[in-house]
Design a binder for this molecule. Structure first.
Ligand SMILES: [Zn+2]
Length: 333
């Protein structure tokens, strides 16, 4: 039987083939320490705002055993291997609640899956960096993790009443330099033009002489800025060789509000970043937790969201985002 025109092209099939030829998917951003923790007891907390949700997994974190964490992490890695994921970068909490249990679990996971998948662990300072006890846990994690991780919004006005984001970044850069490790920083998550944290991250990268050592996670609020500002920030990202990691399904749920901004989708502005020369990679972000209970960690779902939301149909561009750009984002090459 002769193939139809569509069967000869079948864009999804072709794109998946290209991704496979390039070594497989790279999931550049997730949080595997809290994957699969959704249950009927915490289900009603799903609707809470993000800055409240940050503290919800505390009950789980204080009681959980290293074995249970290893079980959850194993479930994610097996899920990713089934899809042909070659490398994954995951944030893990290390703080006064969970203590070093995630670090111990991470060690076991690395040994268990050695040779099957490349895993980079990144520290998530979910309790902020302004409290002395939490700072100690951050320091403890810094010598263990592969990449130093940051969450400046945790030390912002919305959470602690004063804006200490720049200070948070100063601590990240100083620590990263001290350990000679690269940095991943969550920035501009709220799709809000009042946020200018991608620019702040690029400026701090320059200030600390950390070019080519930083990846930005999300950079969505950038899409809500005026065009001349967006273009200025793209230039800074290129200058500092910063990879931006897009996790489309994680932020497509940006809430309706009355703030006026240029019309856009709540997604990393890939359509402008690629022509401007900014490197973009792909991540799932949360998998089956109180942030994203329905996420099953499917990489194709993320790529499909990204390409549709930004009108990006070039297969070479998309295959790079799903593979080689992810390797650069995780500093594997
Ligand atoms: Zn994240």
């Amino acid at each position: 039987m002769t193939k139809t025109d569509w069967q000869q092209i079948n864009p999804k099939h072709l794109l998946l083939q290209r991704i496979h030829e390039k070594g497989g998917w790279v999931n550049s951003h997730t949080h595997i320490d809290r994957s699969y923790i959704i249950n009927w007891k915490n289900w009603d907390k799903i609707g809470d705002p993000l800055h409240i949700k940050w503290d919800h997994p505390d009950e789980f974190k204080s009681k959980v055993s290293v074995d249970t964490i290893v079980g959850h992490m194993t479930q994610v890695i097996e899920n990713q291997l089934e899809q042909g994921v070659q490398a994954i970068g995951s944030f893990i909490d290390c703080d006064s609640i969970v203590k070093d249990k995630n670090l111990k679990a991470a060690d076991i996971i690395k040994a268990r899956f050695k040779g099957q998948i490349e895993i980079k662990f990144i520290h998530q300072p979910i309790k902020g960096l302004m409290d002395e006890t939490e700072r100690k846990w951050f320091e403890e994690a810094a010598s263990f993790v592969d990449i130093i991780g940051g969450l400046p919004e945790r030390d912002s006005k919305i959470k602690i009443g004063v804006d200490r984001k720049a200070e948070h970044l100063d601590i990240l850069f100083t620590t990263a330099k001290k350990h000679g490790k690269p940095l991943h920083v969550h920035v501009d998550q709220y799709n809000d033009p009042a946020q200018r944290d991608t620019e702040l991250l690029a400026d701090k990268t320059k200030e600390y002489g950390y070019k080519s050592m930083v990846s930005a996670v999300h950079s969505i609020s950038l899409a809500a800025q005026p065009k001349d500002y967006r273009e200025k920030v793209y230039k800074k990202l290129v200058e500092q060789d910063i990879t931006v990691i897009a996790c489309p399904s994680a932020w497509i749920d940006s809430r309706r509000n009355e703030i006026l901004a240029p019309s856009h989708n709540s997604v990393t502005p890939l359509d402008e970043m690629i022509p401007a020369g900014v490197r973009v990679a792909l991540g799932t972000d949360d998998i089956a937790d109180i942030y994203k209970p329905y996420s099953d960690g499917d990489m194709w779902t993320e790529l499909r969201f990204l390409l549709e939301a930004t009108h990006t149909y070039d297969m070479d561009v998309l295959a790079d985002i799903a593979t080689t750009n992810g390797r650069k984002a995780l500093f594997l090459d």
